[in-house]
Write a protein that binds this ligand. Sequence first.
Ligand SMILES: Cc1ncc(C[n+]2csc(CCOP(=O)(O)OP(=O)(O)O)c2C)c(N)n1
Ligand SMILES: CC(=O)[C@@H](O)[C@H](O)COP(=O)(O)O
Ligand SMILES: [Mg+2]
Length: 639
Amino acid sequence: MTIEPGPLLANIDSPDDLKKLSQDQLVQVCQELRQFIIDNVSIYGGHFGASLGVVELTVALHYIFKTPYDQLVWDVGHQAYGHKILTGRRDVFHTNRKYKGLSGFPKRKESIYDTFGVGHSSTSISAALGMAVASQYKGETEKQHIAVIGDGSMTAGMAFEALNHAGVTNSNLLVILNDNCMSIDPNVGALKEYLTDITTSATYNKVRDEIWNILGKISKFGPNAQQIASKVESGIKATLLKQSNLFESLKFRYFGPVDGHDVNHLTSVLNDLKNIPGPKLLHCVTVKGKGYALAEKDQTKWHSPGLFDKITGEIYKTVPEKPEPPKYQDVFGHTMVELAEQNDKIMGITPAMPSGCSLNIMMKAMPDRAFDVGIAEQHAVTFSAGLATQGLVPFCNIYSSFMQRAYDQVMHDVCLQNLNVVFCLDRAGFAGADGPTHHGTYDMAYMRCLPNMIVSAPMNEEELRNLMFTASQPDMGPFTIRYPRGEGVMPEWRTPLKKIEVGKGRVIQEGEEVAILTIGHIGNYAVEVCEKLSLEGLNPGHYDMRFAKPLDEEMLHDIMRRYDKIVTVEDGCLQGGFGSAVLEFMADHNYHAQVRRLGIPDKYFEHGSQLQLQHEAGFAPQDIEKAVRELMAQHVYAR
Ligand SMILES: Cc1ncc(C[n+]2csc(CCOP(=O)(O)OP(=O)(O)O)c2C)c(N)n1
Ligand SMILES: CC(=O)[C@@H](O)[C@H](O)COP(=O)(O)O
Ligand SMILES: [Mg+2]
């Protein structure tokens, strides 16, 4: 079902169509765009509050700038739905985040208006600066470069690295700080407080408006006048804020704060800024979820609410007929509290994902022992390393794909010093609708190659709890536990905590001819397959290896002696992952068997449901079954 756009929006197939409208019509376009987003997301799902919050900004940007000639970069991109709808994708917007449909994030191969592929945060200023410097080099002096970055994303080191560089260039760069005081959860840290200070200083805001008017007039009279105005402006700002402006100190011209929901004022401000050269920052104050009361009120819940009734605001949930298994995330969150109650050395750390990974449960129960450090994966890892040097046991929970950003810290600050840091890598395997930026596909490969690192994956809730308990024991060194997004398999999951011997797997069933070696939750697919095959009298063995490093060599020697055919299954990359580890073991010990490795081959997978993607990659239940049957049908080669 496609959603009918309002009458103005129905005629906007590109920003050129938007530009044909009069200034007076922009408020209505914003209303229609907002409604179109609400209508679509309520039925088809996706990120919600962030796009509602930038409706006016999106319209103003495409109204004033000559996109796609002018380069507009959205940070993260979860707020870019309005941008997609205005840039020729309105009629296919219902396919957003669906298998083979539009991506939920800007993507270069999807549209010429998507100047840079995003999904991970805090890259926009660097990318836009790169574009601006390239334009300068090519003599494209008129070209504008705009990065739109949220206050949450601004907390990351990468954003500061980019500001630091941009400030000493004379590039034509406009950074728009979209300040809604929210990350997914409420934003945290000193920068947030600083921005709140600016936004709420009444005196400053009054004088700022006067300066803006003067500046607007003076800037028409040439560079000297502009310099004078700039000095006056900085002086007054500094006095009023009792400190120099952070962005001005980094040699940006700071403008704002402006009301990010006044589309007419925004167009006039952006028009003025176009004519001011050099790096500049516009501080734009918005409300996440703007225009949908419930989303304004509970912004975390409505960041990405799932399907809902747009009239009543009821978020649909299927009512289970029998008790359902919990999400791995909730098991992690509750187990953290349980472990921390028993062991006062345990601490919890998350870089900006407390509700996503469920560390919020511990943050509520033990606020002095659980930290949201902002979008700062690198800091989260080295902060954890620091805690570990003092004998504490940090559990640092990071989504598998976001951990890629902190790889050097894992190696240099944790593994090299053999510190006891537990890495809980959430969203391991295919993330689903978020797509390739968010799939947690590489962790087994990138963690396995680091000396001292233990790499494990639970097949169910009990295993997750026991691995967490094991990892919290003294002198374990760096310990990775990876698990996927979503439900496990055990409704009764509050099992007593037990220590697992590191490097020991589990026999799920002994069998004949073919051995299926699995790691992690995906092992449950092999259980299904074995049950199905047993009905035909076929009896493969199944082993839950639990550890990609160290491997259970004793078990592997036994398996290699007893089976001629091996299937390895992992929800991670085949290059360097668990299957590779098994092959290395076989080569090192001179074992020869027919091996099929199932997992994620060497290409990027787009978005879709986890199961759709697993099937495309070739390790959904039917693919495992097929591999086992094919191997069973093959002759045994000479060993
Ligand atoms: C490197 C990285 N870490 C974490 C995330 C998860 N994440 C996506 S959006 C978001 C909040 C961003 O806040 P902000 O930039 O202020 O945007 P808003 O949602 O408030 O519009 C977070 C933490 C991410 N995408 N990338
Ligand atoms: C845009 C972004 O990075 C997050 O909002 C992400 O989509 C959250 O993913 P989960 O829904 O799996 O927590
Ligand atoms: Mg924000």
